[in-house]
Write a protein that binds this ligand. Structure first.
Ligand code: SF4
Length: 88
């Protein structure tokens, strides 16, 4: 499935629980803000949002990472652009 994953840098407090749960998708930048990786790499640079193709298992891990964020700074959208997390 195709997802868009976004970190709101104004909400991220660098708690890093997303990085612990899913280091293939989230990594802290020099300012301790989470950036979004594409399966462990960063094509196009260290960006706060990214569209990517993920498996069902990868989606579950990304969702767990987003749910672990204490400030709900991680947003997940489906292929149609609808927000799937946090639930609106
Ligand atoms: S869990 Fe949330 S606050 Fe912590 S680094 Fe990830 S996005 Fe930022």
């Amino acid at each position: 499935m195709k997802l868009k994953i976004k970190v709101d840098p104004d909400l991220c407090i660098g708690a890093a629980s997303c990085v612990t749960i899913d280091p293939a998708t989230f990594q802290l930048n020099d300012e301790n803000i989470a950036v979004v990786l594409d399966h462990g790499s960063e094509p196009g640079g260290r960006v706060y949002e990214r569209e990517m193709e993920v498996s069902e298992d990868e989606y579950e891990t990304i969702l767990l990472a987003a749910q672990s964020c204490p400030t709900l700074a991680i947003f997940i959208y489906d292929e149609a652009g609808d927000q799937v997390f946090p639930e609106a």
